[in-house]
Design a binder for this molecule. Sequence first.
Ligand SMILES: CC(C)(COP(=O)(O)OP(=O)(O)OC[C@H]1O[C@@H](n2cnc3c(N)ncnc32)[C@H](O)[C@@H]1OP(=O)(O)O)[C@@H](O)C(=O)NCCC(=O)NCCS
Length: 204
Amino acid sequence: MLRGVECQEPQTLQLPLRSSRLTLRALTIDDLDEHARLFRDPAVVQFLYEEPLDRAEAAVHLERRLAVDLPDEGGWLNLAVERDGTYVGEVGVSLVSRSHRHCEIGYMFLPEAQGHGFATEAAAVMVDLAVEWMGAHRVTGRLDARNAASAAVLTRLGMRHEGHLRENEFVKGEWTDEAIYAVTEDEWRVVRERLLHSGETPSP
Ligand SMILES: CC(C)(COP(=O)(O)OP(=O)(O)OC[C@H]1O[C@@H](n2cnc3c(N)ncnc32)[C@H](O)[C@@H]1OP(=O)(O)O)[C@@H](O)C(=O)NCCC(=O)NCCS
């Protein structure tokens, strides 16, 4: 499932990245139709900070995701995910803290591309990128605690449920609980070996 990301010097990341079924490439302005379709879907943004975006808002949103350099602290590297040349969704990795070597991942897929294991497969590439290229000691996933589909992705990646923060954020007019999942670099390398040798997405 996973082809390892070779350890590279910062700023020299060679895109695209590939897994057995997917290609992860830089976003371009030509992705606007699909990016807008993704972010106008109420089901996709239900547990995100965004309200559904109109096309103009999606264009601005996409513009901010075009950078492909190593993210600065607080910044994100976002990539388009393709299956057989067709856009199916997006994944991202953020550098939360350089001194603590902490990265965070994110992902969102078009409704018709869900239920195929693509999110777990692409997110695994991003965890690998965080650990092997960005030097992360710890990779986390943060989510609305009601987002069961996302929790399942993080669990499949071998992440541990580390916390449930009661009414931690005020999102779209309500207090929401936040869940935190994490994996350390050593733990990831064990999971990664399993992925490389089994060729399958691990089950929770
Ligand atoms: C979160 C999200 C990405 C999860 O997508 P997903 O497709 O359910 O997740 P996976 O890629 O792990 O796919 C798992 C499903 O594919 C199925 N599957 C089918 N073929 C598979 C294969 N070859 N390999 C692995 N799984 C496969 C699994 O059985 C599982 O199905 P189930 O949910 O019925 O048990 C998706 O719901 C989404 O985009 N949500 C909106 C955005 C969002 O909330 N993002 C996260 C913010 S924190």
